[in-house]
Structure formats: structure tokens, C-alpha cells
Design a protein around this ligand. Structure first.
Ligand code: ADE
Ligand code: ZN
Length: 326
């Protein structure tokens, strides 16, 4: 597009990325062979054909199945470094990355193997690619609050390595309030709180995340736009919204990207930024997300620059490092 050059050159932060969602089918096939694990497809075409979702749950079923071939620290390192190389190609200079430890420990993979694999690659990414990073440990909301407390406890030796905690997986039926005591404890421990809310779930879930939990960031937040009072809160507090355009399209949160709330959120003065969520599954990394939303909403160059600035303002970087970019 006319803005491709600008989109590519702008330094960007990625704030909503599930590292397991960057697991490309090609690498999945390689690791399946190395670890001698069966997967339900033999070719890239077969994999891509399966990535045709009608809703969040259909995606999640494949997402959890795909990560089943991840077994060793090296597997997690390779997946993470491959993402960082892709991010580098899009001029991402800072990333705040989710991971889903319960989806691995539940399969008998040690928490330490998962975490050390990812942390080792992040360290290497800073040295070799100049990308700074933070890690966010996410709780699976289809599991119980008690399961979350078990994870929080088990992860104690690594707490200094996490900037925050997240809440993801199946949203409807699992409101933020289900995890109120867990997040209260996380806040006491000094973690930033990032909650997926208003992706498929109703505006009430965004309200709970903001007002009952005290979220520092809302992941997605699309459906907040249904409630004028929430829009006002988001404007006043400047709580960031991490929008994911190609994810919204893939998961049928939107039937057309022209209905994306991003432009209206910018016009209303909300702190929205653009992210890739699960790029291996949704057809594009962050650059392609900027391209797609720019084209669909006919964003101006000022609006594109604003989105990139918002990605730093909305990050957990210290203020002096934010201002290098905004
Ligand atoms: N886990 C990975 N991607 C997710 C998404 N878009 N929503 C909820 N949980 C997720
Ligand atoms: Zn997500």
C-alpha cells in the first residue's frame, strides 16, 4: 500500500503475542519428527486448510493440539527465537510476550523447561537482534482459580523474570471475577495485570477487568465500545487496549475488518495499539496487521504513527525508555 514504507520503518512494540501462537506449522512438523509425536497433518497445505475458524474455541482446540509437540527447553528456545527473527524483520524493537505454562505442565512438561527455553531465547534476542522484551505469565481461564494459585506458587523461583500476569483462553463463561483473589495476590506480588476481555465476552467483562480487578492493560477490548461509560473510563485512565486485527477477522469477532473499532478508538482518544496475537494461525505478523488495518480503515499516516507510539506508551517500559520512541 501507499503506507507500506512507513509501516515497515516505524519502530514498533508488540504487546499482545502468545509465543505458542507463533508456532509455525513448518516448525511443528520438524519438532513432531524430532520428538516422535504424531500430528494430524503431513503437509503445510493440510495445516493451513485446518486453520479456518468460526470462533475462539475452534482456534483454541488447534492451538492446544499444536503445542503438544513442544517438549524440551530447546523446542521452546527455537520457537521463541524464530518469532524474534520475524519481529525483527518488521522493525519490532520491544516485545511483551505471553506464555501459557498450564498448557505445558498439564502435559508433563516441566515449568522450568518451558520458561528457561523462552527466557534464553529472549536474552539471545536482545544480544543478537537488539530486541528488548518482557515475559507475561498467563492463566488459562477455562481452568479454576485454584489451578491458577498452583501455577503462581510453582512459578515462584522465576517471578523476577515476569513483568506481569495474563488471563486468556475461553472467555465466555469465565469472567474476570472468577479470578479476583488470584489477581489480588498477583498485584500484591508486584505484577502488572493484563486481562483478555471483550474479545467474545460482553462489555461487563471489560468492566470487571477494569473496576473489580484493576487491570493495567486490556487485551482486545473490542466490545468495550458497546458501552459509552466504558469508553469514558478508558479515555480518562488511558488503560491500553491491545487490538489484534487479523485475529479478530480469523476468529469471526469481526466479519469485516472495516468494522474494526481501531479508528474510532483513536478518534475517541483511547490508547489502542496493533498486535498479532497468534500470527502463525491468523495469517500475519505485526507488519501485516498494520497493513490490513490501514487498508480496511483507510488510516492516515498520522494515525499509523499514533498506533506505533501507543505501543510504547502502553508498554511496561520505564518512562525514560518509552520517550525514546514516542
Ligand atoms: N490464547 C491464545 N490466543 C488467544 C486469544 N486470541 N484469546 C484468548 N485466548 C488466547
Ligand atoms: Zn490473545
Amino acid at each position: 500500500s501507499a503506507h507500506s514504507d512507513l509501516i515497515h520503518k516505524l519502530p514498533k512494540a508488540e504487546l499482545h503475542l502468545h509465543i505458542e501462537g507463533s508456532f509455525e506449522p513448518e516448525m511443528m512438523m520438524t519438532l513432531a519428527e524430532r520428538n516422535r509425536i504424531d500430528i494430524p497433518f503431513k503437509t503445510l497445505d493440510e495445516a493451513k486448510a485446518a486453520y479456518d475458524f468460526n470462533n475462539l474455541q475452534e482456534f483454541l482446540d488447534l492451538y492446544y493440539q499444536g503445542m503438544n509437540v513442544l517438549r524440551t527447553e530447546q523446542d521452546f528456545h527455537e520457537m521463541t527465537f524464530a518469532y524474534l527473527q520475524r519481529a525483527k524483520a518488521d522493525n519490532v524493537v520491544h516485545v511483551e510476550m505471553f506464555f501459557d505454562p498450564q498448557a505445558h505442565t498439564e502435559r508433563g512438561v516441566a515449568f522450568g523447561a518451558v520458561t528457561e527455553g523462552i527466557l534464553g531465547a529472549l536474552e539471545r534476542g536482545e544480544k543478537e537482534l537488539g530486541i528488548t522484551s518482557e515475559l507475561i505469565m498467563s492463566f488459562l481461564r477455562h481452568l479454576s482459580e485454584e489451578d491458577g494459585f498452583v501455577l503462581l506458587d510453582e512459578s515462584t523461583p522465576w517471578h523476577e523474570h515476569f513483568v506481569g500476569v495474563g488471563l486468556d483462553s475461553s472467555e465466555v463463561g469465565h469472567p474476570p471475577l472468577k479470578f479476583q483473589r488470584l489477581f489480588e495476590r498477583c498485584r500484591e506480588l508486584g505484577f502488572k495485570l493484563c486481562l483478555h476481555a471483550g474479545e467474545e465476552g460482553p462489555p461487563e467483562y471489560v468492566r470487571e477487568a477494569l473496576l473489580d480487578i484493576g487491570a493495567d492493560r486490556i487485551d482486545h477490548g473490542n466490545r468495550a465500545m458497546e458501552d459509552p461509560a466504558l469508553i469514558e473510563i478508558l479515555r480518562d485512565t488511558q488503560i491500553p487496549l491491545t487490538n489484534c486485527p487479523l485475529s479478530n477477522l480469523s476468529l469471526c469477532v469481526l466479519d469485516d475488518l472495516r468494522k474494526s473499532p481501531v479508528k474510532r478508538q483513536l478518534e475517541e482518544g483511547l490508547l489502542v495499539c496493533v498486535n498479532s496475537d497468534d500470527p502463525a494461525y491468523f495469517g500475519g505478523y505485526i507488519g501485516q496487521n498494520y497493513e490490513a488495518i490501514t487498508e480496511a480503515l483507510e488510516l492516515s499516516s498520522d494515525q499509523i504513527v499514533q498506533l506505533a507510539k501507543n505501543s510504547f506508551t502502553g508498554s511496561f517500559l520505564p518512562d525514560d525508555q518509552k520517550t525514546k520512541h514516542v
